[in-house]
Design a protein around this ligand. Structure first.
Ligand code: AMP
Ligand code: FE
Ligand code: FE
Ligand code: ZN
Length: 283
């Protein structure tokens, strides 16, 4: 039986592994395929594709877009996206600019709280176009201004804490359309974390293709619940570890495994979407 891990972050967003490390771990876990799903970024896809090819692993290009519906943050995974799609790249670049401004604002708030962190320290540590709160947390720990990442989030960075800055987000409908026009398949990430069941019918209406059923933070009961929902709404099934590096001292990649037939179905849908869009593009 072949398995895949379709939810991975790299150093191109807030993950701690380089693409080569992801590919090496995937090989060690005997994964047949992996997808890179960095937050608001496809920057690492080319490099990860190369590393996967060298390691004999199938690579699926992806991204995890930050979106919202009714004031709730939702994450939409785009799979098999064209990473050179101009509209996708333009929209992502705007999200990244907002993320960079948000880092400056978070640091300014920390400074007002007499926490002497510099913006440069965060950007140097992040070293990517799509920085986020984990980079601020890591910079706080590195500068010995916090004892741990947990402390950084608890004291400063969690929602409604003093250095928290809300993100400007696209609507969920916009994210689904953005993924589709880049020939990708749109999947709602970790619905069990966001408790977003009531929005699923309207997302399906907006063209949602699938939901992430297998996820590190989904219990067996939650996974079964979403597998049933997927069946009821005729949605594709996806899943992965949501690895950002090590968790409790061990690599998280490969700890959640999706049976390969689900990957086949995602790829088939992507091929159908692509065929339809080239039909539309033909005069
Ligand atoms: P951002 O996209 O900048 O809002 O940061 C969100 C990311 O921060 C998530 O993808 C997680 O990787 C991480 N995160 C969120 N909450 C916590 C927390 N309480 N402790 C550690 N990491 C967190
Ligand atoms: Fe993250
Ligand atoms: Fe997420
Ligand atoms: Zn993620």
């Amino acid at each position: 039986m072949k398995f895949a891990d379709l939810h991975l972050h790299s150093q191109y967003s807030d993950g701690t592994y380089k693409p080569a490390e992801l590919a090496a771990h995937a090989q060690r876990c005997r994964l047949a395929a992996i997808a890179l799903t960095d937050h608001d970024s496809v920057e690492g896809c080319q490099e990860t594709a190369r590393e996967c090819t060298a390691a004999g692993i199938e690579f699926i290009a992806g991204a995890e877009l930050t979106a919202e519906r009714d004031d709730n943050e939702l994450h939409l995974l785009g799979y098999c996206v064209d990473i050179e799609n101009p509209t996708l790249l333009t929209r992502i670049a705007r999200c990244q600019a907002v993320r960079q401004d948000r880092i400056r604002e978070m640091v300014a708030r920390l400074n007002r709280l007499k926490v002497p962190l510099s913006t440069d320290a965060v950007f140097a540590l992040a070293n990517c176009r799509s920085p986020g709160r984990p980079h601020v947390a890591r910079a706080l720990v590195k500068a010995r201004l916090c004892a741990s990442l947990d402390e950084a989030f608890e004291r400063f960075l969690k929602r409604n804490r003093p250095a928290w800055v809300p993100k400007l987000k696209m609507s969920a409908t916009e994210a689904i359309e953005l993924i589709h026009q880049a020939d990708g398949v749109a999947v709602l990430a970790h619905p069990g974390l966001n408790r977003t069941d009531d929005v699923i019918p309207s997302l399906v209406e907006a063209g949602l293709d699938g939901i992430e059923c297998f996820h590190t933070k989904h219990s067996t009961a939650i996974r079964e619940h979403y597998l049933e929902l997927a069946c009821r709404f005729h949605l594709l099934v996806a899943g992965g570890s949501d690895c950002h590096g090590e968790s409790k001292g061990k690599p998280l990649i490969g700890t959640v495994k999706v049976p390969y037939p689900y990957v086949e179905k995602l790829k088939t849908r992507a091929a159908e979407l692509k065929a339809n869009s080239s039909l539309r593009a033909t005069p």
